[in-house]
Each structure stands twice: as structure tokens, then as C-alpha cells.
Design a binder for this molecule. Sequence first.
Ligand SMILES: CC(C)(COP(=O)(O)OP(=O)(O)OC[C@H]1O[C@@H](n2cnc3c(N)ncnc32)[C@H](O)[C@@H]1OP(=O)(O)O)[C@@H](O)C(=O)NCCC(=O)NCCS
Length: 131
Amino acid sequence: VSDQRVEIVPFARKHLAGAMEIFAEERWAYAQDGERTWRALSAPGTETLVAVGEERVLGLAQTMGDGEIQTFLAALIVARASRGAGVGRALVAAAVARNKGIRLDLISEADGFYEELGFSRMSGFRLRMPS
Ligand SMILES: CC(C)(COP(=O)(O)OP(=O)(O)OC[C@H]1O[C@@H](n2cnc3c(N)ncnc32)[C@H](O)[C@@H]1OP(=O)(O)O)[C@@H](O)C(=O)NCCC(=O)NCCS
């Protein structure tokens, strides 16, 4: 990260409001209900890391891994105002450093970013769950 004051720390309740603002910018499903998003981002078996600068949440990454073979990058988002400064790259690097196993998979909405980081392109699928 170009700004040395950016820290990557475990997600905590105090980060929720800032995270909700970032989700709202993208209109992600996480933006709808703060308590539900809190439960999702702090769910057992998952790990959420936040990038914080000057006490503001700049971005976050959530992973879920089996500790042996595979890890899934379940969510990655950086605040619009903080993009292009290496925050996304730093969050992925922190997620890689904290997870054991042999691979990190994801469904992409930002192909160029992942290619820049050395991920290889594969096909992905998503099933919309019945409500
Ligand atoms: C994708 C996202 C996380 C990238 O975060 P970021 O902090 O802007 O990324 P970085 O600044 O760390 O970029 C790392 C490198 O990837 C490149 N990059 C970033 N976004 C890119 C894109 N959409 N296409 C191509 N290259 C991209 C940067 O230029 C940078 O390259 P450099 O180091 O040579 O300058 C951010 O744009 C975002 O939150 N987007 C909306 C949500 C989203 O799509 N999340 C991913 C869902 S799968």
C-alpha cells in the first residue's frame, strides 16, 4: 500500500458502519441489513480482514478456508475513493498470508484486477437461491 498509514486488521464491530458505506456504493446485497452483514462477516469458519487508514474503513476481504487445500475469497471490496492505491492488492496478500492450503478461488467481478495479481482465469458458476 502506498500510504504507510494503512493497516490490515481483523474485522470488528466498530468497522461495521464503515463497511456498510462501502457496500452501499456498489449496491451489494451486504448493503441491505447491517445486522445480517455483521453475522455474515463474522460467521464461524470465515475470516474478514479490513484495511483501515486514519480510522476509516478503506476496504475488506472475507475468506473461508479448510486450512488444508482450498480457500475461497468470498468478498473483496475497496471504497471508491481509495481505489488504485494498492489497498485491494494488500488485502489479497493478507488473505493469502493468513490461510493455509494450495489455492485461492473466487467468482470475479473485476477480471483485470485478478489477472494483474497473478490469478489464472477459470469458469465460475452461481446459483441464485430461492427466496
Ligand atoms: C477490484 C477492487 C477490489 C480493486 O481494489 P484496488 O484497491 O483499487 O486495487 P489495487 O489498487 O490494489 O490494484 C492492484 C493492481 O490491479 C490493477 N487493477 C485494479 N483494478 C483493476 C481493474 N478493474 N482492471 C484491471 N486492473 C485493475 C491496478 O491498476 C493495480 O495495478 P498496479 O499495481 O500495477 O498499479 C476494487 O476496484 C473494488 O472494490 N471494486 C468493486 C468491487 C469488486 O468488484 N470487487 C471484486 C469482486 S470479485
